[in-house]
Design a protein around this ligand. Structure first.
Ligand SMILES: N[C@@H](CCC(=O)N[C@@H](CS)C(=O)NCC(=O)O)C(=O)O
Length: 210
C-alpha cells in the first residue's frame, strides 16, 4: 500500500484530517509544519499546495487539499473503515450534503460571526443566515446519535470538528443537540488520540505558546 503523506500543522483545520486518519487506522507519514515559522509559505510546500495552506495529503502520487475533500477521498479509498456511504446507497446524498455543509455553511457562518461581519443579503450568502445554519444542524443532530443516524461517517468528522471549534470559540448557541453530539464524537478513541497527539505536537513546535 502506498503510504499517505500528511502535511499538518497542529491546532488548525488540519486537525480534521488528523482525526480522520486516526479513525481509519491506516499508516501515514506526518510532516509537521509550524505556521508561526511560515513553513507553509516555503517553496517546497507551495509546490505541494500553491494556496500555502494546511491540510494537504499526498497519496499514490496525487496531492489532495481541502479538509472536507481529503476526508471524502480517504473514506472512499479505505472502505473497510466504513466511514463513507457508497454510491447507490440512498443515504449517499445526505452524506455528501453534510460533507459540503461543513466548509461552505457552518465554517463560514462561524467565521463571519467571529469577525463581526455584517449580514449580507441571505439570498446571496453561501449559508443564508447564521440562525438558519444552527437550526438546520440542530434539527439533524436531534435525530442522532450521528448525522446519518447510527452510522458515524467522515461527514461527522467534518461537522463534528466544526461544532467543536465553534463551541471552543463561543460562536455557537448553547443547544443540547450540539452539547450531546460533541460529547459523543469527542469520546471516540480516534478523536481522543488525535487530541492528545496534537497537543503534544503543538507543545513541541510552539514551546513558548504555553
Ligand atoms: N479551505 C481550506 C482552508 C485551509 C486553511 O485556511 N488552513 C489554515 C489553517 S486553519 C492555514 O493554512 N492558514 C495559514 C495561512 O493561510 O497562512 C480547507 O478547508 O482545508
Amino acid at each position: 500500500m502506498d503510504k499517505i503523506v500528511f502535511h499538518h500543522a497542529p491546532m488548525s483545520r488540519s486537525n480534521i484530517v488528523h482525526w480522520m486518519l486516526e479513525e481509519l487506522g491506516v499508516p501515514y507519514e506526518l510532516h509537521a509544519m509550524s505556521l508561526q515559522r511560515g513553513d507553509h509559505k516555503q517553496p517546497d510546500y507551495l509546490a505541494i499546495n500553491p494556496m500555502g495552506k494546511v491540510p494537504a495529503i499526498t497519496h499514490q502520487g496525487v496531492t489532495i487539499t481541502e479538509a472536507a475533500a481529503i476526508c471524502a477521498y480517504l473514506a472512499d479509498e479505505f472502505p473497510a473503515a466504513k466511514l463513507s456511504v457508497p454510491i447507490g446507497d440512498p443515504r449517499r446524498g445526505a452524506y455528501l450534503k453534510w460533507l459540503f455543509f461543513g466548509p461552505s455553511c457552518l465554517e463560514q457562518a462561524i467565521i463571519d460571526r467571529l469577525n463581526d461581519r455584517p449580514q449580507i443579503p441571505p439570498s446571496s450568502s453561501s449559508y443564508g443566515t447564521y440562525d438558519a445554519v444552527m437550526e438546520t444542524l440542530a434539527q439533524a443532530l436531534a435525530k442522532g446519535p450521528y448525522l446519518l443516524g447510527q452510522h458515524f461517517t467522515a461527514a461527522d468528522v467534518v461537522i463534528g470538528s466544526g461544532i467543536q471549534w465553534g463551541t471552543m470559540m463561543n460562536a455557537l448557541p448553547e443547544r443540547a443537540e450540539f452539547g450531546g453530539y460533541i460529547e459523543r464524537v469527542s469520546a471516540r478513541p480516534a478523536a481522543q488520540r488525535s487530541f492528545i497527539m496534537n497537543q503534544e505536537l503543538y507543545a513541541q513546535l510552539y514551546p513558548k505558546a504555553g
